[in-house]
Design a protein around this ligand. Structure first.
Ligand SMILES: Cc1cc2nc3c(=O)[nH]c(=O)nc-3n(C[C@H](O)[C@H](O)[C@H](O)COP(=O)(O)O)c2cc1C
Length: 224
């Protein structure tokens, strides 16, 4: 009898554990936080498993991903983040896009070297973007902001977006990809000085060929 009772109690316990999965992150992730091997389709910004058990869509309405990428590495990371949290994703595109010749920092007369030299000389190099005004920005509490590392800072291409928007009461989560070095936020944080209650999380750097799983692990580990 005692054995039968224990078996029934164990069964009830197991059933209630199955029906009670927890997700204490304030950014929802399509109910898929525990499955880091689900590759889904990052190009769609959807991890392919965003339904709740009642069939409704669970969306991270309070987070967006905004990025610039010159050669695709940061774009891949951005898409992995957005796919994992099922958020809106926006690409920052220069009106005058960078060609591979423009990006050749080994050439002293290339566009990036010339722009960098102007920055070092104290000039304001403003790269005009196709769009800096994104529909879901106003409601976002968290803005994942990504770019390639250029000379130990996130590329100046994203400065126009940061300067043009009001980040009051938002948390900015910077991420960058680079060949080897880290970066500082020195070119970006002054641009939000006039906004109220802005939080910049620590710079997150990924290697250029970072795996999707490493990116997802970082997102899941954020205390947000
Ligand atoms: C102009 C320029 C400057 C760069 N500066 C750095 C740097 O300071 N440190 C580094 O590790 N990699 C540097 N890189 C390499 C890029 O950060 C790296 O390839 C990055 O993943 C590119 O991202 P993307 O494909 O999104 O453009 C630089 C690349 C370019 C084009």
């Amino acid at each position: 009898m005692k054995k039968a009772f224990l078996t029934v109690a164990a069964l009830i316990g197991a059933i209630s554990l199955v029906g009670c999965s927890t997700n204490d992150s304030s950014i929802s992730n399509g109910g898929d936080s525990g499955n880091q091997t689900d590759s889904g389709n990052p190009n769609t910004g959807n991890n392919g498993d965003s339904s709740n058990t009642d069939g409704s869509e669970e969306k991270a309405g309070n987070a967006i991903v905004v990025y610039f990428s010159a050669t695709g590495n940061t774009e891949r990371v951005a898409q992995t983040i957005a796919g994992h949290i099922d958020s809106a994703i926006y690409e920052l595109e220069p009106v005058d896009p960078y060609t591979s010749a423009d990006l050749n920092y080994g050439n002293q007369s290339s566009r990036v070297v010339e722009e960098h030299n102007r920055i070092l000389a104290g000039e304001d190099v403003n790269i005009e973007l196709v769009d800096v005004d994104f529909e879901e920005f106003a409601d976002a509490d968290y803005v994942f902001l990504g770019a390639p590392v250029w000379w130990q800072e996130l590329s100046w291409v994203i400065e126009d977006f940061v300067a043009s928007n009001d980040f009051s009461n938002k948390t900015i989560i910077p991420f960058g990809t680079s060949a080897s070095s880290g970066y500082t936020l020195g070119n970006l944080t002054p641009l939000t000085e006039d906004d109220e209650n802005v939080t910049w999380l620590d710079p997150q750097r990924f290697r250029s060929s970072v795996s999707d799983n490493d990116v997802i692990e970082w997102v899941d580990g954020l205390e947000i």
